[in-house]
Design a protein around this ligand. Structure first.
Ligand SMILES: NC(=O)c1ccc[n+]([C@@H]2O[C@H](COP(=O)([O-])OP(=O)(O)OC[C@H]3O[C@@H](n4cnc5c(N)ncnc54)[C@H](O)[C@@H]3O)[C@@H](O)[C@H]2O)c1
Length: 366
């Protein structure tokens, strides 16, 4: 067994170049093959990266591949993950972990039954910006976190994405598309969520695509596109969050955490870098904080490499299935709270992922 884990990719669409680009710099994993329902897409990525294009079946039967990265659209995540695990390979998927809780649990159970690892993006919380915030909180710079805000507001993805329809179908929407970044970042900083209270709706019954490839397509909207709510964490902290595809412009900072001794501005969780800034009593304005950790460029796939490293060392992996399932559980609680007019208790729980140690060079993991 070679030291580096050999990985394959299923799903060679829009996000896949970012994975290939970053994975080339990671020391624990090498991507050797890629597959897609659309062979042309697989061949294009394979040619760009000097690897082998194959069918999904061929990739799943390749005995040299230990880990498969699932970059298909959300509606296929669970089905593809189950096929990967059934083929006795570790499965790492793009977010969301699954569309329904039932599918999410099926994936967790299959991984457990097979003694394999499963994990999910986002891995942006492993970036220098968010790891710095984690260290700042653990080192006591803002005292005990008590409150926070999180805003992800935009007007959807149909103006730029070549295939935007999935963003408005079940498994899409602002919460299922962007919520995983924000919720995972908050859980990294504050631990698991206990309860959700929310109001949700959609401003438009259909959307008009204007991106070059999809221009003129009318997209049916199955999901709520404005999701506003409040999260109560097991730690006691209360965070207000809005995810929306119905907002043209806004000025809210992506994430702020307020503690008994100060406030922390947390960078956009859809990226790896900063800026991070701090306010403490006696200061007149926010002060920028130098980042304590590396991985500040677009390192999508570092979560899969962390899983690969964990396979070799036996330690837990950070972008874990239980973290991703907890995020899925919390996301469903928003619609449920809104529909029922009640607070929803979150049944699942997960461990806060271990922080990355300081001093790692880009490409290295502990
Ligand atoms: N596009 C982005 O900027 C972006 C950013 C971060 C995360 N993501 C996430 O990445 C995932 C993929 O997004 P995308 O933008 O690359 O979508 P995409 O539609 O551009 O690409 C998806 C690819 O998966 C293939 N596919 C779908 N079902 C399949 C199956 N069952 N077996 C094999 N191949 C299959 C499709 O043929 C397509 O080539 C989504 O979960 C999305 O939320 C996308």
């Amino acid at each position: 067994m070679s030291k580096r884990v050999q990985a394959g990719v299923i799903g060679c669409g829009n996000i896949s170049p970012a994975y290939f680009h970053a994975a080339a710099k990671l020391k624990d994993m090498t991507i050797t093959a890629c597959a897609d329902l659309n062979m042309e897409a697989a061949r294009a990525r394979a040619d760009e990266n000097g690897i082998r294009a194959c069918t999904v079946e061929e990739l799943l039967h390749d005995s040299n591949i230990e880990l498969v990265i699932n970059l298909t659209t959300p509606q296929s995540h669970a089905e593809v993950n189950l096929a990967i695990l059934e083929a006795d390979k570790h499965a790492y998927t793009e977010k969301p972990f699954a569309v329904t809780r039932e599918d999410g649990r099926r994936v967790l159970e299959k991984a457990e039954e097979k003694g394999l690892r499963t994990g999910s993006a986002p891995d942006t919380f492993l970036g220098g910006g968010h790891q710095t915030c984690r260290k700042m909180i653990e080192d006591g710079w803002i005292g005990r976190p008590v409150a926070g805000t999180a805003f992800m507001c935009c007007h959807g993805h149909e103006s730029w994405h070549p295939n935007p329809g999935f963003y408005y179908l079940r498994g899409g929407g602002p919460m299922f598309d962007m919520g995983p970044y924000y919720l995972t970042a908050l859980i990294n900083l504050l631990g698991p969520v206990k309860r959700v209270a929310a109001l949700c709706w959609k401003a438009y019954g259909e959307r008009l695509a204007t991106s070059e490839k999809a221009n003129g397509q009318v997209l049916p909207v199955e999901v709520n596109t404005h999701v506003a709510g409040t999260l109560a964490f097991h730690s006691g902290a209360i965070v207000t969050i809005i995810t929306s595809f119905d907002v043209w412009q806004h000025s809210g900072h992506p994430i702020e955490i307020h503690g008994t001794e100060g406030s922390l501005r947390v960078p956009d969780p859809n990226g790896f870098g900063g800026p991070v800034s701090l306010f403490r009593p006696g200061m007149t304005t926010w002060a920028d904080v130098p980042l304590s950790h590396g991985y500040t460029d677009n390192f999508r796939s570092v979560g899969a490499a962390d899983l690969a490293r964990a396979v070799r060392t036996g330690r837990p992996h950070r972008c874990s299935g239980s973290l991703a399932y907890h995020v899925l559980d919390v996301m469903h609680a928003f619609d449920e709270s809104s529909a029922s007019g009640r607070h929803v208790e979150v049944e699942s729980i997960c461990d806060q992922p271990a922080p990355l140690p300081m001093g790692l060079r880009d490409g290295e993991l502990d």
